[in-house]
Design a protein around this ligand. Structure first.
Ligand SMILES: CC(=O)[C@@H](O)[C@H](O)COP(=O)(O)O
Ligand SMILES: NCC(=O)COP(=O)(O)O
Length: 237
C-alpha cells in the first residue's frame, strides 16, 4: 500500500505572508491527519521562506502519523533532525538560492559524505531516504550509501505526463524494480498531483510513500483539504 504524506510547506507560505499565525500550521497538520493523511512532510529551508525550524519542533509532539523532515544536510538541519527525531529524514541536495528542489543527489560522487550522514541518523533510530533522479547508476549508488529508502524525484515525470507522453513513467518503473532488488524502500515526490498520481501509481511498483504538497494545497483551494486528501487516498489504493 502506498502512503500519502502531505507536505505542508505552502500552508506555512500563506501563514508567513502577513507575519501572523493564520492559517495555523499546527492546527492544519492535525486536521490533515484527521482527514486521512498517513504522514506529514516539512521541508525547512535555511531562509525559512515557509516552514520554520520552530514549526518542526512544535509539530513533532502533536503528530500521530509519520513525520518526514526533508532538507539539505547542512549542520543546522542535522542538528534539528537529531533534536526532533522524526520517523524519517529525506536528504535533498538543495542549492540555497533555488526556488524549489530541482535535482537528485549524485550518489556516486557524494557516496562517502552521504554514508557518514546517513549512518548518524540511522544510529539514532531515524529512517533515511535520499532524493534521487530516476537513473540506474544513481539508484545503485544510493544502495552503497546505506540509506533505508530513496525518494524518486518526479518533476520530469510530471512534465512529460503533462505533454501526453505515455512513457513518462518508464525510467521510474525501471528504477523502482532495481531499487527493490537492492533492498531499498521507495518513496516519490515533487509535482505529483491529482492529474498524474493514478498513472504514476499504476506504473511504479513497490511504492511505499508519496509526499505531495504544492499541487495538493493548490487543489484544496477549490475542493477543500478533506475532499482533496480523500481523492488522493482513493487514487493511491
Ligand atoms: C524535495 C521536494 O521535492 C519537496 O520538498 C519540495 O522541494 C518542496 O519544496 P518547496 O515547497 O520549497 O517547493
Ligand atoms: N518530497 C516531495 C514533497 O514533499 C512535495 O513536493 P511538491 O508536491 O510540493 O512538489
Amino acid at each position: 500500500m502506498t502512503k500519502l504524506s502531505v507536505n505542508i510547506n505552502k500552508i506555512a507560505t500563506l501563514r508567513n505572508a502577513r507575519g501572523g499565525d493564520v492559517p495555523n500550521v499546527l492546527e492544519a497538520a492535525k486536521n490533515i491527519e484527521s482527514f486521512g493523511a498517513e504522514g506529514i512532510t516539512v521541508h525547512p529551508r535555511p531562509d525559512e521562506r515557509h516552514i520554520r525550524y520552530a514549526d518542526a519542533r512544535e509539530l513533532k509532539p502533536l503528530l500521530k502519523t509519520e513525520f518526514n523532515i526533508e532538507g539539505k544536510p547542512i549542520q543546522q538541519f542535522i542538528d534539528l533532525v537529531m533534536e526532533v527525531k522524526p520517523a524519517q529524514v529525506t536528504l535533498v541536495p538543495d542549492a540555497e538560492e533555488a526556488i524549489t528542489s530541482n535535482a537528485g543527489w549524485d550518489t556516486v560522487k557524494h557516496r562517502d559524505y552521504l554514508k557518514e550522514v546517513i549512518s548518524e541518523f540511522k544510529n539514532n533510530g531515524i529512517r533515511t531516504s535520499i532524493f534521487v533522479d530516476p537513473v540506474k547508476e544513481m539508484i545503485e549508488g544510493a544502495a552503497e550509501t546505506g540509506t533505508d529508502r530513496i525518494e524518486l524525484y518526479t518533476e520530469s515525470f510530471a512534465v512529460d505526463y503533462e505533454k501526453g507522453d505515455t512513457n513518462a513513467a518508464k525510467s521510474y518503473t525501471e528504477c523502482a524494480e532495481i531499487a527493490n532488488q537492492l533492498g531499498l524502500g521507495i518513496n516519490a515526490g515533487h509535482d505529483l498531483s491529482l492529474k498524474n498520481i493514478r498513472f504514476f501509481k499504476e506504473k511504479v511498483p513497490h511504492l511505499d510513500e508519496v509526499s505531495i504538497g504544492h499541487a495538493l494545497i493548490s487543489e484544496a483551494l477549490y475542493m477543500g483539504l478533506e475532499k482533496t486528501i480523500q481523492k488522493y487516498l482513493k487514487l493511491l489504493k
